[in-house]
Ligand binder design. Sequence first.
Ligand code: ATP
Length: 373
Amino acid sequence: MSQEIDVALVNVTKKFGDLVAVDNVSFEVPKGSFFSILGPSGSGKTTLLRMIAGFEVPTSGDIYIGGQRVNDVPPNKRPCNMVFQRLALFPMMNVLDNVTFGLRRRGGMSKDEMERLAKDALARVGLQGLEKRKINQLSGGQQQRVALARSLVLEPTVLLLDEPLGSLDLKLRQSMKLELKHLQARTGTTFLYITHDQTIALAMSDTVAVINHGKIEQIAPPEELYRRPATHFVASFVGENNKLTDGRVIGFQQDDVVQVDIAGIPMVGRAGEELSVGDPVDLFIRPEMISLRLGKHENGILGKVSEINFDGSHSLVVVDLLDANRPVSVNVKIQHTEDAPDVHVGDTVTISWHWNAANAFHPVDQSHIEVEV
Ligand code: ATP
């Protein structure tokens, strides 16, 4: 059965003068899914979202919503609704009036019918009973839910979310991200969410598109993005990683299992892209995928613990590699389980990893990357 697609971009480019903000982007958002666009500041996320909403016109390419080409459709006629980081609620109006606002503007509905729909939307976001409260009598998280109810009541084909959790404090953001995911699953509305916060994108999404300099680097479910990054940028941007630089490919165990020399030490990893013997590479290794044993063992890399940072459920152990011909350190994350090694600064240890816990890519020239001020 072919999947129904709610939003499709086909070769969309947006230029502001000489600046290419969005560069030949294509993707499809399946109906009822939670789709995130993740990228650093200035990568083109907002421009993409504004083009889908109709506030910007693409320089070239086509945008489809619900199967209809919408390039020439004005924002208020598009079957989508946008939730902004600054929520733009009316502070002096009560909750119910804020939620019925869009319905009143649209017209053609009795007052009773509008109130029934608004109460229904408020119940879906867990705010029943608060209809008469003023917005400025609500907490940040409750205001967030009013903004969602106000959009959901209009039954958009797709809800466009512009970092709406960005303004919340860390604790509230953590709980709201789960709520938002549950809400999306319950309503079945297609969510298109833009964020620079990878923890949000990974936790909530069915699919994440990673964007950098206006170009899509990878589109994949969160787990795949994390385990099998497609590019050097995705490996550096998504999740914590050890980045071991100035490596060289010395051989292959199988097609995509590569042996790399880092500072004179042979290491193993997955070839993240097409590599040949002699190629320069960077090797990325997840700290939690490295196993650490006390003392000297076969089949591993010898190191000395130089630092231990306690962080509640785990510790981050810094291991200096003893056989390296230049200083190389690797961070190892140890969960505080009962059988965790009792490690101390100064201990000699052996670290090792399965080949698919590491990813090798050609180094990228970073000299062109702008420094944000
Ligand atoms: P942030 O996370 O900081 O909001 P973003 O990924 O949303 O960033 P955009 O706002 O889409 O990035 O900007 C992409 C690029 O386009 C940036 O270099 C920005 O300066 C530029 N840009 C955006 N809007 C305009 C505009 N109206 N005129 C000129 N340049 C623009």
